[in-house]
Design a protein around this ligand. Sequence first.
Ligand code: ZN
Length: 129
Amino acid sequence: MEIVEIKAQLTMAQVLSHYNLSPNKKNMLCCPFHPDKTPSMQIYPTTNTAFCFSSNCKLQGKSIDTIDFILYKEQCSKHEALLKAKVLLGQNIIQTVTTQTTTDYTTLFQDFKTALTRRGRCNRVYWVS
Ligand SMILES: [Zn+2]
């Protein structure tokens, strides 16, 4: 999976919820990268980026994306942040697949039951006639 694909699929909301962070109604968040009493980090859901307005922040007026967010939060390398992002995406994929599979089996079982019932009726009709 390419970096571009990861960035396109992973939303800032997913990253924030992973770290149990929830922005307020104005999409402002207490910045996790410096001691912050009043929310000074703005989240931009349309671009999946974040920006901290505090001058005490280690982001130093830099806008960050989802990968940067993980990188700063985990204090890891870019490579590790990308792996972490893939795991976050993978968890979502697994959840989706599991839900779909359950639905498919239910439908499949109903089809099977219907088919059996129909065959039973046909057989009965055959034997009677
Ligand atoms: Zn900050």
